[in-house]
Write a protein that binds this ligand. Structure first.
Ligand SMILES: [Zn+2]
Length: 162
C-alpha cells in the first residue's frame, strides 16, 4: 500500500513530463515516510542528456539532506532506470528502489544489465518491481502512440501541400 501511494506521486510527476512533450518518466525519493524530492524527465527542456528524472531527484534529495549519501531513502520510479541512473543510485547508496514498468530496451535494473545488484560493487540495492505496472506502462504507450500519430498527421499535411 505504501509503495502504491508513492508510486502514484511518481506517476503525477510523469504526467507533468507528458504535458510538456517529454517522455513521461517520474520519480520521487522518500525519507522517513515523507517525500523529500520529486522530479520528472526534462531531457528536451534542458537540452541535456543527463536530465533524467532520477538524476534530478537525486540532486534535490542531496540538497535537502545536505548529504551525498541517501542511505535511508527509497526511490520510486515509473520506469526501470538506465545505466547512468542505476550508476547514480549506487553512488548515492540508495538502499531500495521501487520500479513501476520495466524497460527491455534500456533498463539496467535487470532487463539488459542489473547494475543495482552487482555483488562485486560495494553497494547493492533492494529492488521491488511491478508496482502499478499497468498505469506506468500505459502512460508511456499512450505517449509514444500520440507521438506516432502526430508524425503521421504532419506527413499527411506535407503530402497534401506538395
Ligand atoms: Zn536514466
Amino acid at each position: 500500500m505504501e509503495d502504491e501511494k508513492f508510486m502514484k506521486e511518481a506517476l503525477k510527476q510523469a504526467k507533468r513530463a507528458y504535458k510538456q512533450d517529454e517522455v513521461p518518466i517520474g520519480c520521487v525519493i522518500v525519507q522517513n515516510g515523507e517525500i523529500i524530492a520529486r522530479a520528472y524527465n526534462k531531457r528536451n527542456k534542458k537540452r541535456n542528456p543527463l536530465a533524467h528524472a532520477e538524476i534530478l531527484a537525486i540532486n534535490k534529495a542531496a540538497k535537502v539532506t545536505g548529504d551525498w549519501r541517501l542511505e535511508d531513502c527509497v526511490m520510486y520510479i515509473t520506469l526501470e532506470p538506465c545505466q547512468m541512473c542505476a550508476g547514480a543510485i549506487v553512488q548515492a547508496r540508495i538502499p531500495k528502489v521501487v520500479i513501476g514498468s520495466m524497460n527491455p530496451k534500456a533498463g539496467c535494473a535487470g532487463s539488459i544489465l542489473n547494475l543495482l545488484q552487482v555483488q562485486a560493487f560495494n553497494h547493492q540495492v533492494e529492488l521491488v518491481k511491478g508496482v502499478m505496472e499497468e498505469e506506468c506502462t500505459n502512460m508511456l504507450q499512450d505517449f509514444f502512440k500520440e507521438l506516432r500519430d502526430k508524425k503521421k498527421e504532419e506527413k499527411k499535411k506535407l503530402q497534401e501541400q506538395a
